[in-house]
Design a protein around this ligand. Structure first.
Ligand code: DP6
Length: 382
């Protein structure tokens, strides 16, 4: 039997955004957040880990490139998993002394600028937990890698409770509903071309926490109520309510970035064009599509399966592509015909959206059992 453990873990896209920390080192947030976990067959991180007595150092390779293991976030995750394993007495002390090799990659282009750290850390921590036979939940350890990673430990819809304790013991994620609860839920990721260097979310939320009055208002007066309402909307499958809260929360999060001093911006003109287009669609048909934006210009649209052909036809019409054959991934699409009601929409210039990923809400991390490890028998990347 192989001593290599391999896990795939999902990306998650928040509908109530995590923005701002109350503790930078423990990565404790100022507010609760809620997200949908996306299907790993379309987008995922894959990580292989193994520990052996002959390894001289802890080593890590990301997307085929050797990286330094000195990142405090990676080191913290390994340290905490080992501490849990020791406390749970799951493996021998000797095994805990051995150095570990980690190999990780994403199955989606990193150039897409999509939240890959959440999938990456959820994957790393789940793989290490399996290697060291840790039984207890590892969401709070994934949080030490990247805050949003604690939500990728579950499938379906997930809530990250901000918690109040100083040691972070109550800052954990819990599942709201499984992925099978709302099986019609789909996501379209609209990848927008952008080369500008962005303020990282870690830096951005630090500036906001120090300077934005709107963030303080948001934490106290908006997020608590929105969180309860969106959980209710998810449980009762009330799409219009779910969509309205999702859009308002994304808009507020980006308003906080503008309210920060100095301000910084993630959405571009193209992001704004997408927002306008979705509102136009919703005015015509009722609230059928929600947009949300993370720390970048790409949009994530949440919508129900029945709406997908019509929305795809609109996106193709409004954002024409030079490569129509490879424009949509993850969907065996028939030729969608544009609804005549939408024909008054004027097409924008070509290639403002690079491509579109069609996916759905899916399961949490899973162990890969078909032997397709990223590490070879010698303990090195394949
Ligand atoms: C805008 O989890 O990447 O995507 O905890 O500093 O690693 P760190 O930040 P990260 O922030 C994600 C911010 C967001 C909103 C969200 O996912 O809730």
């Amino acid at each position: 039997m192989s001593d290599i453990v391999t896990v795939v873990a999902p990306v998650n896209i928040a509908v109530i955004k995590y923005w701002g920390k109350r503790d930078e080192d423990l990565i404790l947030p100022l507010n609760d957040s809620v997200s949908g976990t996306l299907d790993t067959s379309i987008m995922c991180a894959k990580t292989s880990v193994c520990a052996r007595p002959e390894f001289e150092e802890d080593e890590i390779w990301l997307n085929g490139k050797k990286e330094s293991f000195s990142s405090p976030r990676v080191k913290n995750c390994l340290k905490e998993i080992k501490a849990r394993a020791a406390a749970e007495k799951c493996v021998s002390d000797e095994f805990l002394q051995w150095k570990v090799h980690v190999c990780s990659e994403n199955n989606f282009p990193t150039a897409a600028g999509l939240a890959s750290s959440a999938a990456g850390y959820a994957c790393l921590v789940t793989a290490l937990a399996k290697l060291y036979k840790v039984k207890s939940n590892v969401s709070s350890i994934a949080r030490l890698g990247s805050g949003s990673a604690c939500r990728s430990v579950y499938g379906g819809f997930v809530r990250w409770h901000a918690g109040t304790s100083a040691d972070g013991s109550d800052s954990i994620a819990t599942q709201i509903v499984e992925s099978t609860h709302w099986p019609e839920m789909r996501a379209l990721i609209l990848v927008v071309g952008d080369t500008k260097k962005k303020t990282s979310s870690t830096i951005g939320m630090k500036i906001s926490a120090q300077t934005s009055e709107l963030l303080q208002h948001r934490i106290k007066h908006c997020v608590p109520q929105r969180t309860e309402e969106i959980i209710e909307a998810i449980k009762s499958k009330d799409f219009p309510k779910f969509a309205e809260i999702t859009m308002k929360d994304s808009n507020q999060c980006h308003a906080v970035c503008l309210d920060s001093y100095p301000p910084f911006f993630y959405m571009t003109e193209v992001s704004h064009m997408i927002i306008e287009l979705i509102h136009k669609y919703n005015e015509l048909y009722g609230t059928k599509v929600a947009y949300t934006f993370d720390a970048g210009p790409n949009a994530c649209l949440y919508l129900l399966e029945s709406e997908v052909p019509k929305v795809i036809s609109l996106i193709k019409h409004a954002f024409p592509s030079s490569n129509p054959d490879s424009f949509i991934t993850g969907l065996k699409s028939d030729e969608e015909v544009l609804d005549p009601k939408l024909s008054s929409v004027q097409p924008h210039a070509k290639d403002l959206i690079k491509y579109v990923i069609h996916t759905k809400v899916g399961e949490g991390p899973t162990e890969v059992t078909d032997g397709s490890h990223l590490i070879n028998d010698k303990g090195l990347p394949k």
